[in-house]
Design a protein around this ligand. Structure first.
Ligand code: SME
Length: 171
């Protein structure tokens, strides 16, 4: 396994192109999901210089304390990440992450203040991209990347981050 990442290039596309083979090498021969995801997230954070990168996983919610409501529903729970501390749990359809889960598609938000229901884990986040991860046709996780700049993410990020999610889906 490489000890350091060297990301070359000036454009975003060039940086992703240089990072992608290094991410593949990083996870080569390692079957552990958490180890691989943790390293991929660190590679994205430091390789691409993102403000916040992390994953949320679909898990069963905690039991409601009310004896009248014993229902337990799936929700997103924070997994490995790099960046400032973040919200632990996100409901189905809530915020950008919950919407990506519900709509089963990548969501790019140019200005988080204009996204109804955006969950502000950090007041510094200005734009965001969320990519769903699928297993057996169902979303089991989302990859969330935040920027402290407006309109940071576009179709180039979508293309490469979806490729990286395909690697994650293969574990
Ligand atoms: N902003 C996200 C919540 C997660 S944090 O950004 C880390 C959302 O609206 O779903």
């Amino acid at each position: 396994m490489a000890e350091t990442l060297v990301v070359t290039g000036t454009t975003k596309k060039e940086k992703y192109e240089s990072l992608l083979p290094q991410i593949k090498a990083l996870v080569q021969g390692e079957p552990d999901l958490i180890a691989n995801i943790s390293n991929i997230i660190a590679a994205l954070k430091y390789g691409m210089n993102f403000f916040w990168v992390g994953m949320y996983f679909v898990k069963t919610s905690r039991p409601d304390p009310s004896p009248l409501n014993r229902a337990r529903v799936p929700e997103l729970v924070l997994g490995p990440f790099q960046g400032p501390v973040a919200c632990n749990r996100i409901s189905y359809g809530a915020g950008v992450c919950g919407t990506s889960w519900k709509e089963q598609k990548t969501i790019i938000v140019e200005d988080v203040e204009k996204f109804p229901g955006h969950i502000a884990c950090s007041s510094e986040t200005k734009s965001e991209i969320v990519i769903p991860c699928f297993k057996n046709g169902e979303v089991y996780s989302v990859l969330d990347v935040d920027s402290e700049k407006l309109s940071e993410f576009d179709e180039v990020d979508q293309k490469y981050l979806e490729e990286i999610v395909k690697i994650i889906e293969s574990f």
